[in-house]
Design a protein around this ligand. Structure first.
Ligand code: NOJ
Length: 548
């Protein structure tokens, strides 16, 4: 049986600054988060992924780091962070942090020194060009907010490369000193006790940028090198990469030539994410079936991280223009809901019109499909978004804890909050908050607790295989199964609003004593599996077999 912790984890992603403010200054902090660890523990979370925690000018929500060896003073100090790691560990919760080393902030002392003089020891830590690169109007990640990928620095008299905003100069991965520094950064945080890293922008970290070449070579071997390094420092360290690349490219991020995973352990499953969105919009699971069938087999130890929403826009760039238009029409019809021409800046609850059955269906799918589930803070209570905020900040509003002022997030004056709390309407803290839902066994929060508890009794989900079960089904219904040495689960999900009946009698020989372990409602016993009812937007998790 696999004992790789990340295959059985439930990951919860949060921004410290919008989670819980302990000192009333309007910004969330480590002490505030510490006070909420019991909440996360009860929810069933086993790993917290913290969005960037370092000092930052904060022009990209912390993804513009100005010191990799410290924490943002708004959150507390390194002592508070070490205490957080200890307290989380006491509850069996691991902590991973964002590792943002594709670029620094332009305020980072390395960049400030580099631009100062050709003799600076940091000059070659960044990527320069003497002339204006011909591809400077290509490859922008934030169209509309970012004009180019190269900008002329007046002090240096040179052009510098920035895959993202112009205040985020790219580090030069070709420089061995930069590689060593990245390893040193990892060592530092591992020494403090983090369990691993969510690596930001991995395809760009390994890009060996050549001015004028929009398709510069990539050095994937750096990932092997980094993996060896972190694993030597701490054997069960996990690298979880953000790499939204073509399916054919994916396996290279896990290993060089098959065998077992020797590079990144986990990749966010962007392909499945996009297909899930399409399937939910169409109320038809075909896209998910394709994703389950098309995606390459992972090397041993390689794992997907499965998500519905994260801290960025829903990225629909890998859909065809027609498919994208369909998802926009359903989930983000107003221009104000869309971003960068490819995405939607909304939470799932608002995209699904607050329909509780539809929400349960969506999360039941996410958590039962392949990989390790990643949940964004606030989604467990169905928080909404604030479209009055700029860009991606719409989905980065403070956590809604209670009916207290500012939703219990902070005692500061509303004008001093890091971002306004959503108030009023269907998604305001007055209606959507943890305290109300904690007292209600029928709430979405209570459902999440039950669902995650059940998931923990199904170890084959996550560490086992996940396959589409190809039987005739009513339109809208998806059947998939999870198998490993411990047993077999089968899942029936109805993505549309019409009830259906499914015949799974062909699985009878794998079924010892089939029974529902989680469902949207009480159904008749599965019996011979030949007449399984499933309600509109309904779902059934059926245990077929248990080995040990
Ligand atoms: C990806 C992160 O998810 C996003 O939030 C950030 O803006 C970019 N990388 C740049 O670091």
């Amino acid at each position: 049986m696999s004992d790789r912790w990340y295959e059985k984890a439930v990951i919860y992603c949060l921004d410290v600054d919008t989670f819980a403010d302990s000192n009333g200054d309007g910004c969330g902090d480590f002490r505030g988060l510490m006070g909420r660890l019991d909440y996360l523990s009860r929810l069933g979370v086993t790993c917290i992924w913290l969005n960037p925690i370092h000092p930052t000018p904060n022009r990209d929500d912390g993804y513009d780091v100005s010191d990799f060896y410290n924490v943002d003073p708004r959150f507390g100090n390194l002592g508070d962070f070490a205490e957080l790691l200890h307290q989380a560990g006491n509850r069996g919760i691991k902590v991973i942090i964002d590792l943002v080393v594709n670029h620094t902030s332009d305020q980072h002392p390395w960049f400030q020194s580099a631009r100062e003089s050709p003799d600076s020891p940091y000059r070659d830590w960044f990527v320069w060009s003497e002339t204006a690169p011909s591809d400077r109007h290509q490859g922008m990640v934030f169209p509309g907010e970012q004009a180019t990928t190269w900008t002329k620095d007046r002090k240096a008299g040179l052009w510098y490369y920035h895959r993202f905003y112009k205040f985020q100069p790219d580090l030069n991965i070709n420089n061995p000193e930069v590689r060593e520094e990245i390893k040193k950064i990892c060592s530092f945080w591992l020494q403090l006790g983090v369990a691993g890293f969510r690596m930001d922008a991995v395809p760009f970290i390994i890009e060996q940028t050549e001015p004028g070449n929009p398709d510069s070579p990539k050095d994937l071997d750096f990932l092997s090198d980094l993996r060896q390094h972190v694993q030597w420092r701490k054997g069960d360290t996990v690298l979880l990469a953000e790499a939204n690349v073509e399916p054919a490219e994916l396996t290279k991020f896990f290993s060089d030539a098959g065998g077992s995973s020797s590079r990144i352990h986990m990749l966010f499953d962007f392909m499945l994410n996009t297909r899930l969105m399409l399937a939910l919009a169409r109320e038809n699971p075909e896209g998910i079936v394709d994703a389950l069938q098309d995606t390459p087999k992972l090397p041993d130890g390689g794992q997907w991280a499965t998500f519905l929403r994260n801290h960025d826009e829903v990225d629909l760039s890998r859909l065809t223009a027609d498919q994208r238009a369909e998802v926009f029409a359903k989930f983000g019809p107003d221009e104000n809901m869309q971003l960068y021409g490819r995405g939607i800046r909304r939470r799932l609850a608002t995209m699904l019109g607050g329909d509780r059955r539809h929400l349960e269906l969506a999360y039941s799918l996410q958590f039962s499909l392949r990989g390790t589930p990643v949940l964004r803070y606030g989604d467990e209570i169905g928080m909404g978004d604030d479209l009055a905020q700029d860009g991606r900040n719409a989905i980065r509003t403070p956590m809604q804890w209670s009916l207290l002022p500012n939703g219990g997030f902070s005692t500061a004056k509303p004008k001093d909050l890091v971002r306004p709390v959503i108030s009023g309407g269907d998604y305001g803290f007055e209606k959507v908050n943890v305290t109300l839902q904690r007292h209600d066994p029928q709430s979405l929060l209570s459902w999440f607790e039950r669902m995650i508890r059940t998931l923990k009794e199904c170890p084959e989900v996550g560490s086992g295989t996940c396959k589409h079960v190809d039987v005739p089904v009513p339109e809208g219904v998806l059947v998939h199964r999870a198998d490993d040495a411990t047993g077999t689960m089968v899942f029936v999900h109805n993505l549309c609003n019409n009830p259906g009946v499914v015949d799974l009698s062909s699985l009878a020989e794998d079924a010892e004593f089939p029974n529902d372990v989680l469902a949207d409602q009480e159904y008749a016993e599965p019996g011979a599996l030949d007449k399984l009812d499933v309600a509109g937007y309904g779902y059934r998790w059926i245990r077929l077999r248990r080995q040990l």
